[in-house]
Design a protein around this ligand. Structure first.
Ligand code: ATP
Length: 311
């Protein structure tokens, strides 16, 4: 028996890199990723534009080979897992024939699989019944995403990959979509989705893998990532602060910004930082605010982490 199957590993990336040649430059889109995802996990791949999310998912789907490292999907190569219908994807664009009706599309794609779920059942589960007779070209962006989702379910995949699945959906469509996804997750499917939206990752995923500049910069349960966000911002008026004094401030992890007379620190122990500033320095006029999840995200994925290019 395949040990990766019995050990329940859905996805294993080991030392994975991907570089693209663009003219005389090499874009290092993915720069050495180690990632292990267990069956039944719901994982959000979170990152800003260009972080390397799509490139990573493309390798998982066997659409492009890694430059180095190894990708194992459900104990097999990505190509075999895709060919066997064990992994499927909802990608951002493309893949639909505009001149077919929604129902016809689902039937057509179903006919390409030897074993597939009942078409009516898939239409019902994805809320497409009332759209069955609508031309794909007349469907909204959100409805087309729902159709891609239906197609991805036909082969009853064990692992579902979604690349920004709710792009183009309004708030209601987004909520409805995630409601359906939640039910799929309860069936024991492993779900990995890429998103820009913190809130989406927060609400739906059990685990968040944050990417920036082709690397994984944070990986943890939603509560662990929230703890990162539990840091506070402590700011004070401290006009004459010297760099070496700033570096000594108790509890402060870094100087977030220095504007005019004010200095703002990110602090893991706001009480210690405040006490130090008020008793050991000339700082005054303190303000303490909780850093948000957005702050944690910005700190971890700051722009100096955009992909390196080498000549
Ligand atoms: P987005 O959220 O915008 O979709 P992403 O996190 O999915 O971003 P990728 O699409 O994986 O990021 O891109 C990572 C980096 O690799 C970017 O700098 C991108 O320009 C570059 N890149 C991706 N595909 C190619 C390609 N085929 N040729 C050259 N560069 C590429």
């Amino acid at each position: 028996m395949n040990t990766e199957r019995s050990s329940g590993t859905a996805l294993q990336l080991t030392g994975v890199t991907k570089s693209f040649r663009v003219g005389t430059e090499t874009v290092r889109a993915v720069r050495g990723i180690d990632l292990s995802i267990q069956r039944g996990e719901i994982v959000a791949l979170l990152g800003a534009n260009g972080a390397g999310k799509t490139t990573t998912l493309d390798m998982v789907l066997g659409l492009t080979p890694p430059t180095s490292g190894e990708v194992r999907v459900l104990g097999d190569t990505a190509e075999h897992a895709v060919a066997g219908g064990r992994i499927s994807a909802v990608l951002q664009t493309g893949g639909l024939l505009r001149d077919l009706k929604v129902g016809e599309t689902v039937k057509l794609i179903a006919s390409t699989y030897r074993h597939h779920l009942d078409v009516d059942e898939v239409m019902r589960r994805t809320g497409l019944e009332r759209l069955a007779n609508r031309m794909v070209s007349k469907c909204s962006g959100g409805e087309q995403q729902r159709l891609r989702f239906a197609l991805s379910l036909l082969s009853e995949p064990e692992l579902l990959i979604l690349d920004e699945p709710t792009a183009g959906m309004d708030v209601n469509a987004r909520r409805e979509f995630w409601g359906t996804m939640r039910k799929e997750a309860l069936e024991g499917r492993t779900i990995i989705f890429a998103t820009h939206y913190l809130q989406e990752a927060d609400e739906f995923a059990q685990r968040i893998v944050m990417m920036a500049g082709g690397e994984i910069v944070a990986d943890g349960s939603v509560s662990e990532i929230r703890a990162l966000a539990g840091r506070k911002h402590v700011s004070a008026r401290w006009a004459d602060a010297r760099d070496e004094e700033l570096a000594r401030v108790a509890g402060a992890e870094r100087v977030l910004r220095r504007t005019g007379e004010r200095v703002t620190f990110e602090s893991g122990d706001a009480d210690a930082t405040a006490r130090y500033l008020l008793t050991e320095t000339t700082a005054s006029d303190l303000e303490i605010v909780a850093a948000s999840l957005d702050d944690a995200f910005s700190a971890l994925t700051s722009t100096d982490r955009t992909p390196a290019t080498t000549k």
